[in-house]
Design a protein around this ligand. Sequence first.
Ligand SMILES: Nc1ncnc2c1ncn2[C@@H]1O[C@H](COP(=O)(O)OP(=O)(O)OP(=O)(O)O)[C@@H](O)[C@H]1O
Ligand SMILES: [Mg+2]
Length: 255
Amino acid sequence: MAFVIALAGKGGTGKTSIAGLTVRYLIERKKGPILAVDADSNSCLNETLGIDVPTTIGRLREESLQAVRSGLERLGGMSMEQLLEYQVQQSIIESKGFDLIVMGRPEGPGCYCAANNILRKYTDKLSETYPYVVIDNEAGMEHLSRRTTHKVDVLLVVSDPTVRGIQTAKKINGLIDELGLEINRRVLIINRVSGDEGEELKSLAENLGLSVAGTVPQDNMVFDYDLRGKPIFQLPDDSKAVKSVFSILDFLKIP
Ligand SMILES: Nc1ncnc2c1ncn2[C@@H]1O[C@H](COP(=O)(O)OP(=O)(O)OP(=O)(O)O)[C@@H](O)[C@H]1O
Ligand SMILES: [Mg+2]
């Protein structure tokens, strides 16, 4: 059974950065094969992880649908379902210590529900073959439910260090309940804390019923690396962000 860690939170709070650091953590703690899933249509987890993306599941889906519509070559005798399964396999990008799949655009014009359902089935099936899965999401939560029916073991909700940010995290929490996603444990991470506001925001969050896993300081190196397109793996071990994300994950006792 895969242990699934997913990221959620409002735009620009640091989901992708923390997803990247989580992949690094799992590799360094020798947690075995990891599947990183970029479920953000404006994908950039790959940049954080320092790898190129030759293709996305969304693009392969468009191609298959076009091939079917134009009746081209009858897909080498494959059914649509077989073709999509094959393409999920094709979209795996192998890297050092982990694999990555990039979902790409969720939908083009027209309804792709059937194709999306098949893709979901095979990405979920693929996930099951890895002991660890890290899913980076885009800001909306609806998205997570469209992409996967898979249970999530730990949902890391990321907030910026503001009162409004914490309130938004609370709303996201409510939305998760409404969507009926199967989530075992959800915790809040307050990111980019620069002064002593961390403790205050932590109590605010706890008063709102959120469980706070920890805070991550503002770390200019993270920002700087992002700006230069340098992968998060190259951040020094003693970078403030690396150290605090690692200790949060230690605290969560990922099996
Ligand atoms: N702890 C941190 N210290 C400094 N900068 C940070 C930190 N965490 C994230 N950032 C910066 O904040 C910006 C947004 O981060 P990131 O892309 O990880 O957020 P996101 O939640 O994935 O955004 P989006 O909603 O657009 O996908 C980036 O420029 C990143 O480098
Ligand atoms: Mg992101």
